[in-house]
Design a protein around this ligand. Structure first.
Ligand SMILES: C[S@@+](CC[C@H](N)C(=O)[O-])C[C@H]1O[C@@H](n2cnc3c(N)ncnc32)[C@H](O)[C@@H]1O
Length: 224
């Protein structure tokens, strides 16, 4: 984000904390330069869970959360505001914009016990990170065929970090000739390696949810 001329801002409110994140996006750039709707849906779902009596308002406090393909970091920063220790990951070229967003919002999680830092992590079968997440989050990361296998390998490895680690994946299902087959290939592949529990629309935020955005909980078959 060296040239700040084409920056535009989106404000994103976390209802459980009375916090408004400021998301710095760019008019021109790669797919990571804007916040995608699947991110907003997943971030709002984390916030909605604070109203679930079985979990409680502090359900993410002290949890370790890792975000894959974080982009501008909406989901990871939301988790930090809810008290989690968060590592937001993406490709190296995305880190300047991600770091800017973390820097501009860090006052929101300073006093609640949360933390957020960005780290490079490219999906691959050998992707290694010195962090054992309780929860892996990812939004709108399924959009090209070549990434499916490396992404699944990375997810599988991270979900094996502890005996209870699980992933929350949010994805807009696009009906275009390019994107439709990517999602169905991904679903076919993931079914073979993970137990999939869909999060129903009724469980999600009433406004920040959509019929074409899938929200899935993924666990390894060996886990509960
Ligand atoms: C469509 S963007 C979504 C960004 C953000 N999660 C959101 O929903 O706003 C996809 C993200 O995946 C990242 N990505 C794509 N291929 C990747 C790879 N092989 N390894 C790591 N990250 C990758 C991109 O850099 C980008 O930030």
């Amino acid at each position: 984000m060296d040239d700040d001329n084409d920056i535009f801002i989106r404000e994103f409110e976390l209802e459980s904390r009375k916090v408004t994140l400021t998301l710095y996006q760019k008019e021109v750039g790669e797919v990571s330069c804007v916040v995608w709707d699947a991110s907003l849906v997943l971030a709002k779902y984390l916030d909605v869970l604070c109203r679930d009596d079985r979990l409680g308002k502090d359900w993410l406090l002290n949890k370790k959360v890792l975000e894959l393909g974080a982009g501008l970091g909406c989901v990871g920063m939301t988790a930090a505001c809810l008290g989690a220790e968060v590592v937001l990951t993406d490709l190296a070229n995305v880190l300047p914009a991600l770091n800017k967003n973390i820097e501009m919002n860090k006052h929101h999680w300073k006093n609640c016990g949360g933390s957020a830092k960005a780290q490079e992590l490219a999906w691959s079968k050998d992707a290694v990170i010195d962090f054992k997440p309780d929860i892996v989050v990812l939004a709108d990361c399924v959009y090209y065929t070549e990434s499916i296998e490396p992404l699944l390998n990375t997810l599988e490895r991270l979900c094996g970090a502890t005996s209870n680690t699980y992933a929350l994946l949010s994805q807009e299902e696009r009906d275009t000739p390019n994107q439709k087959p990517v999602w169905s290939q991904f679903v076919d592949a993931i079914k073979k390696r993970f137990k999939i529990t869909p999060v129903m629309l009724a469980e999600q935020h009433p406004t920040y949810s959509s019929h074409d955005i899938r929200l899935l909980k993924l666990t390894l078959p060996s886990q509960n």
